[in-house]
Design a protein around this ligand. Structure first.
Ligand SMILES: *Cc1c(COP(=O)(O)O)cnc(C)c1O
Length: 368
C-alpha cells in the first residue's frame, strides 16, 4: 500500500532522541529552547514558543491576544476541526466565511460582509500548504482594526505567491503577526506530537510562555490560571533535526506535485492544484468533477483496490458537523461542493518514481 502520508525519520532523529533519553532531562529544557530559536529564525520572526500540539498552539495564541467570550473570530469552514475548536475553547464564536475554489482558502472578497462589532480577529488557514491571500486579508484587518492569527499547521516553509510582482518578495507564512504550526506525524515536519507559535511581539511571547505553563514565569508563583501546553525536550530533539531537512522535504513534495500535475492535468473532469511559488504541498488535492464519469468516492475505492492510499480532506465541513449543530442551517456553497469532489493523493517525500507512476496509471485507467 502506498500510504497517503508517512513521516520521514532517520538515524539522526533516533540519535537525537537517544541523547535526550540518556541525559535524563525529559521535560522542557535546553532542546525546546534551541528548537524555538531555530524555528523562529527559519520563519523570520523574533520569537517562537513551542507547545504540546497545534491545537494548544492555536488556543494559547488566541488567549494571548485576549480573545474571549463575547468575541467573534472569522475563519474557514473548510479546515481541520481544531481551527474552529481553538476559537470555541476561548469562549469566542467562530464565524465562517466561504472559500475560493482554486485555492481552498478563505475568500477575502467575502470577509467584510462577515465583520460585526464583535469581530476581534481573522484566522486564515494556509490549507494544504498554500498560503491564504495575506495581502488582502491584512488590508481588510487593518481597515477594521482586527488581529490576524494564522493557522499555518499545514504550511511549514510556505510563502505567499506574489510571483506576478516579484518572487523575491514572497514572505514566509507564520511571519505576518502571530501564527501557529503543528508537528503531528502527517505534517510537512514532525516532532511526534507538537506545535509552535511564532511572533515578533515580545509581550505576546512572554504572555504565551505563561499561558502554556500554568500562568507562571517563576516556578510555583502563578499570575493567572493557565494550562500545561508545554513541548518536551524529547519532541524538540526530533524537531531540531527535522527542521534542518524541511527545505529538502518541501522540494520533494513540490517535485512530486509537479509530476502529478503534468500527468493528470489533461484528464477530462479532473482539476489539479496550481503549483504556485511558495506552495509546499502538505496535501496534493485534486477536484473530481461530474465530467470525470466516476464520483470521488468511486475513485477513492478504486485506488484502495490498487494499493494506493488517498484521503478526503474534508468530507464534512465544520458548519455541518454535529459538534457545531447551531451552524447546521448555514450554507457555504463552494465549501459544500468541494467537500464532495476533493481527493488528496500521496505527495510525501518518501514516494519514489514507481509509486508516482502507479498513482498516475490508476487514475488514467479510470479515465478511459
Ligand atoms: C493539524 C492541524 C491542526 C491541529 O494540529 P494538532 O497538532 O493535530 O493539534 C490545526 N489546524 C490545521 C489546519 C491542521 O491541519
Amino acid at each position: 500500500m502506498i500510504p497517503i502520508a508517512k513521516p520521514f525519520l532517520g538515524e539522526d532523529e533516533k540519535a537525537a532522541v537517544l541523547d535526550v533519553l540518556l541525559s535524563g532531562m525529559l521535560s522542557q529544557g535546553a532542546k525546546v529552547k534551541e528548537f524555538e530559536e531555530s524555528f523562529a529564525s527559519f520563519v523570520g520572526t523574533k520569537y517562537a514558543v513551542a507547545t504540546s500540539n497545534g491545537t494548544t498552539a492555536l488556543h494559547a495564541a488566541l488567549l494571548a491576544h485576549g480573545i474571549c467570550s463575547g468575541d467573534e473570530v472569522i475563519t474557514t469552514p473548510f479546515t481541520f476541526i481544531a481551527t474552529a475548536n481553538a476559537i470555541t475553547m476561548t469562549g469566542a464564536k467562530p464565524v465562517f466565511v466561504d472559500i475560493e475554489e482554486n485555492t481552498f482558502n478563505l475568500n477575502p472578497n467575502l470577509l467584510e460582509a462577515a465583520i460585526t462589532e464583535k469581530t476581534k480577529a481573522i484566522l486564515p488557514v494556509h490549507l494544504f500548504g498554500r498560503s491564504a491571500d495575506m495581502k488582502k486579508i491584512q488590508e481588510i484587518a487593518e481597515k477594521h482594526n482586527l488581529l490576524v492569527i494564522e493557522d499555518a499547521c499545514q504550511a511549514h516553509g510556505a510563502a505567499t505567491n506574489n510571483q506576478n510582482i516579484n518572487p523575491n518578495t514572497n514572505q514566509k507564512v507564520g511571519s505576518f503577526g502571530t501564527a501557529c504550526f503543528s508537528f503531528y506525524p502527517t505534517k510537512n515536519m514532525t516532532t511526534g506530537e507538537g506545535g509552535i507559535i511564532t511572533t515578533d511581539n515580545f509581550a505576546i511571547a512572554e504572555n504565551l510562555r505563561k499561558i502554556i505553563s500554568h500562568g507562571s514565569s517563576q516556578r510555583y508563583y502563578h499570575d493567572f490560571v493557565g494550562y500545561n501546553y508545554r513541548m518536551t525536550d524529547l519532541a524538540a530533539a526530533i524537531g531540531i533535526v527535522q527542521l534542518k531537512k524541511l527545505n529538502y522535504f518541501n522540494l520533494q513534495r513540490k517535485q512530486n506535485a509537479q509530476y502529478l500535475n503534468e500527468q493528470l492535468r489533461t484528464i477530462k473532469g479532473i482539476k489539479v492544484p496550481e503549483n504556485v511559488s511558495g506552495h509546499v504541498f502538505h496535501q496534493y488535492t485534486i477536484i473530481i468533477t461530474p465530467d470525470f464519469g466516476y464520483t470521488r468516492d468511486q475513485v477513492k475505492s478504486f485506488l484502495t483496490e490498487k494499493g494506493i492510499g488517498s484521503s478526503v480532506f474534508y468530507p464534512l465541513p465544520i458548519h455541518q458537523q454535529k459538534a457545531y449543530e447551531s451552524y447546521n442551517n448555514q450554507s457555504f456553497p463552494v465549501t459544500e461542493k468541494l467537500s464532495q469532489q476533493v481527493l488528496s493523493l500521496p505527495v510525501h517525500p518518501l514516494l519514489n518514481g514507481e509509486d508516482l507512476q502507479k498513482i498516475v496509471n490508476a487514475i488514467k485507467e479510470l479515465s478511459y
